[in-house]
Design a binder for this molecule. Structure first.
Ligand SMILES: C[S@@+](CC[C@H](N)C(=O)[O-])C[C@H]1O[C@@H](n2cnc3c(N)ncnc32)[C@H](O)[C@@H]1O
Ligand code: SF4
Length: 382
């Protein structure tokens, strides 16, 4: 690997509790029973981080993402102790992006101000829909009024960067109904919108009792109309589900898609780290109680690697092709340690389908290739 120090480094922190489990969600999230063990969990996270430090060779952290679960369930004082603990242990770049995920049903103005004062500078708010019947159906703990209140609280607290999560393809939605949610989100003028299509994930309540989802054509119409609306409002679709005002892309997520490195701490958190021996992956114990008792000990982490060449090609392509701009071939060689020749066959096949452009060393999905992204990515499977 040429220069490991030049690979951006993110820090993902998983807080695994929610007020209630949403029927579509397969994240490692658990219903909170009684008072959460904030202090014990922050202690465990910092022990976990201490155990990771030997793997990062004094590299600086570029971005932090506190995800969940519902991180906004944690009091601001706990988030401050966590961020202070990180800053005491690691060098952070100037202007580091620090995102925290919030649920409108678990958030209030004073908490948002406290998170900001603790060092969070980007708030990601899980609204999903502004329509009460859909929120109910999605098992959300908040209604539309609470979503509006959370957005106003985020703005009043002074956040410069706010993301809103919205879903489309919701049960029984007809072609244009879903657009109401985007109209309301846009009225708030966030810097970023994550516009996800609802998927039915194995093991979820929706997988056991599937709701009636709109058919493929109807979802495609929703998507085309919504994309036009977002573009007209000045939001660039820079990734499959991510739309940003100029200069406001999520740096932490871009690092995943550009095959950068990240430390993962917290229950079930995943990490990826480049070393002189290759690329290694890590996964922490998923159960919060087990995690808290084992954090910092070797048995808390499953490590695997180095990733073999065929998997490197697949993993790089699956991530980087999600970006609308594609990737420079020098990114491929520097992040994987492989030569450009390793991509020749799948790139040629994709060009034959009209799915990829390869000009001046930049490999970029065509309009058609982006529409058939799953098929395009399949060409890079070993
Ligand atoms: C960890 S949650 C965000 C914070 C908080 N837990 C919440 O839900 O408000 C991450 C986001 O992933 C999206 N998501 C989760 N499961 C999904 C699914 N099955 N289909 C589409 N989007 C999903 C939702 O938009 C959700 O806001
Ligand atoms: S609140 Fe968020 S993390 Fe929790 S269950 Fe719902 S979607 Fe999943």
């Amino acid at each position: 690997m040429k220069s490991i120090a030049a690979i951006p480094l993110g820090l993902y922190i998983h807080l695994p509790w929610c007020i209630r489990k949403c029927p579509y969600c397969d994240f490692n999230s658990h219903e909170a029973a009684g008072e959460l063990p904030y202090d014990r969990y922050v202690d465990a996270l910092l022990r976990d981080l201490d155990a990771e430090l030997s793997h990062i060779q004094n590299r600086k952290v570029d971005t932090i993402f506190i995800g969940g679960g519902t991180p906004s369930l944690f009091p601001a004082a706990a988030v401050r102790r966590l961020l202070d603990g990180i800053r005491a242990r690691m060098d952070c770049v100037t202007g580091m992006e620090v995102t925290l995920e919030a649920n409108p049903g678990a958030a209030d103005t004073s908490r948002f101000s406290g998170f900001l004062a603790a060092g969070v500078n980007r708030l990601s708010i899980g609204v999903q829909s502004f329509r009460n019947h859909q929120l109910k159906r999605l098992g959300r703990v908040h209604d539309s009024a609470a979503a509006h209140a959370a957005l106003a609280a985020a703005r009043d607290a002074g956040y410069g960067d706010i993301n809103i999560d919205i879903m489309h393809g919701l049960p029984d939605d007809r072609d244009d109904e879903a657009l109401v949610d985007l109209v309301e989100a846009l009225a708030f003028e966030p810097t970023h919108i994550s516009w996800y299509q609802l998927t039915i994930e194995p093991g979820t309540a929706f997988a056991h009792r599937p709701p009636q989802l709109p058919d493929h054509d109807s979802v495609a119409k929703q998507f085309d109309a919504g994309s036009e609306m977002l573009a007209a409002a000045g939001y660039d679709r820079y990734e499959v589900s991510a739309y940003a005002r100029p200069g406001r892309c999520a740096r932490h997520n871009i690092n995943y898609w550009q095959f950068g490195d990240y430390i993962g701490i917290g229950a079930g958190a995943h990490g990826k780290m480049t070393s002189t021996l290759g690329i290694f992956r890590s996964e922490k114990r998923r159960n919060p109680a087990t995690y808290m008792s084992q954090a910092g000990q070797p048995e808390c982490t499953t490590r695997s690697g180095p990733v073999d060449d065929a998997d490197l090609i697949t993993e790089f392509a699956i991530n980087a092709l999600r970006l609308r701009e594609g990737f420079d071939e020098s990114l491929f060689t520097s992040r994987t340690g492989l030569t450009r020749g390793a991509l020749s066959d799948p790139v040629r096949q994709a060009q034959e389908h009209g799915w990829l452009n390869d000009a001046a060393g930049v490999i970029r999905p065509t309009e058609l290739g982006y529409r058939f992204l799953n098929d395009l990515q399949l060409l890079f499977l070993k």
